[in-house]
Design a protein around this ligand. Structure first.
Ligand code: AR6
Length: 177
């Protein structure tokens, strides 16, 4: 059994095995949660990202993920994923779902017990918050049976709007799966 927990605050301070970064394909930092994670992790994270191989879609295509060390962060690993820019593709929801699914599978493959997600794509990438929350919750629920090591999944909401949306959809601030 696993629990999905709703948390209000900064993802960089969460005491979990892995935190997920809402990055861009370049994986060299940016604004929003990406900037906060790079600032808190420090230079080592940036340098590790710089060494990652670059393909035709940058260091990480949309919907996929890349695992790195965590520098000065309290977690063990950072799982960088790239959410879709809302409206740019027909399959935005599928791509956003892939971000949650692939990140959870990566954490499960490492034998991790806990993972924290930000509200991917709901900032600069402009994904409507309610739709994004529905995609996030269903992708996590569907994937958890494939990741038996994962006991806790945190949705970390930085603003009260996202928190209220998740609270409503989850029927409270925790959900046992
Ligand atoms: N902890 C948790 N959530 C946060 C934090 C934090 N410290 N800071 C912001 N958020 P965004 P995106 C929330 O824009 O939409 C970057 O420049 C924020 O309130 O960070 O996926 C990247 O480099 C929002 O709900 O990510 C990319 O270029 C959520 O995190 C691009 O933005 C996501 O907002 C990615 O855009």
């Amino acid at each position: 059994m696993a629990s999905i927990e709703l948390v209000s605050g900064d993802i960089t301070t969460q005491k979990v095995d892995a935190i997920v970064n809402a990055a861009n394909s370049g994986l060299l930092g940016g604004g929003g949660v990406d900037g906060a994670i790079h600032r808190a992790a420090g230079r080592d994270l940036y340098e590790e990202c710089l060494r990652l191989p670059e393909g035709p879609y940058g260091r990480c295509p949309t919907g996929e993920c890349v695992v790195t060390g965590a520098g000065r962060l309290p977690c063990k690993k950072v799982i960088h994923t790239v959410g879709p820019v809302y409206g740019s593709r027909e399959n935005d929801a599928a791509l956003l779902g892939n971000c949650y699914r692939n990140s959870l599978l990566a954490a499960g493959a490492l034998g991790f017990e806990s993972i924290a997600f930000p509200n991917i794509s709901t900032g600069v990438y402009n994904y409507p918050k309610d739709e994004a929350a529905r995609v996030a919750i269903s992708a996590v629920r569907e994937t958890l049976p494939q990741t038996p090591s994962i006991k806790r999944v945190l949705f970390v909401c930085f603003g009260s709007e996202n928190y209220s949306i998740y609270e409503k959809l989850m029927g409270g601030n925790a959900l046992d799966i």
